[in-house]
Design a protein around this ligand. Structure first.
Ligand SMILES: *Cc1c(COP(=O)(O)O)cnc(C)c1O
Length: 242
């Protein structure tokens, strides 16, 4: 069962308030953390409900699902901003580039190269985040800072003129161990700072960290973009389509 429009809008307001509170508690600038509403496995109707409450930024992790859903939404004249947050198979990159404003899940050099190639063909520029593996359990992201550095270096050297690198993304391990989650986020923040120092010509100021269960911790650890699904849209109901 999808949540009602009213429920989604109430949840959205509650999450936004919690984000503002966490900013305040952490001594962060008000409004320095953006909210990405993760609508994966939810119907277009859920996206419409959030947009009616002025939410414009959405995340999806499957390209095929996002393509159909956001074609429908955009066909109605609505203009959401879409981030792809799931690991990309190479045969999905072409479509990802066509539908997304930002790809947060650049986790290998070939993905970056393919994004550049397809953007060049389509005459489009796209924003990207580099996904870094910081938690033992999650499998996605660059495994080492060195491998990620190679990709960032390609951008810094002008090798990807259609790609605008904006920063980094990570997923903390799924655990109740707060110290462990915090370590994952602080490792991301420190690695991002290191990359920014190494490549001063780039502006790598986006840190996408935090999901429904851990976004408050992520904000304390410097997140600028939290990716929240369940806390807004409820349990994922399109799981059968996986
Ligand atoms: C699904 C997903 C989220 C949102 O997860 P929730 O726990 O539902 O908030 C965030 N980031 C990524 C990469 C995801 O795949």
């Amino acid at each position: 069962m999808e949540l009602s429009q009213k429920n989604i809008q109430n949840n959205l307001a509650a999450v936004l308030e919690a984000v503002r509170e966490a900013e305040k508690k952490a001594g962060r600038q008000p409004g320095s953390v953006k909210l990405l509403a993760v609508s994966k496995f939810h119907e277009a109707q859920a996206v419409r409900a959030a947009m009616e409450a002025d939410q414009l930024l959405f995340g999806e992790n499957r390209v095929q699902e996002a393509k159909a859903k956001f074609a429908e939404i955009r066909g109605e004249g609505l203009q959401p901003e879409l981030h792809i947050i799931g690991t990309l198979q190479r045969n999905k990159i072409k479509d990802a580039v066509l539908i997304a404003d930002c790809i947060e899940s650049v986790d290998r050099l070939e993905v970056l190269e393919d994004i550049e190639k397809h953007c060049a063909k389509a005459g489009k520029t796209i924003q990207v985040l580099f996904e870094f593996h910081t938690g033992e359990e999650s499998k996605s992201g660059f495994e080492t800072a060195g491998a990620m550095e190679q990709a960032v270096a390609l951008c810094a050297s002008g090798g990807t003129p259609h790609v605008i690198p904006r920063g980094f993304m990570t997923m903390a391990p799924f655990t109740d161990d707060e110290a462990c989650i915090r370590r994952s986020f602080s490792l991301m923040r420190e690695t991002a700072q290191h990359m920014q120092n190494m490549f001063p010509s780039l502006k790598l100021d986006v840190l996408s960290m935090g999901m429904s269960g851990d976004y408050r911790i992520a904000i304390e650890e410097g997140s600028t973009l939290v990716r929240v699904g369940t806390a807004i849209f409820g349990e994922r109901s399109m799981a059968a389509k996986q």
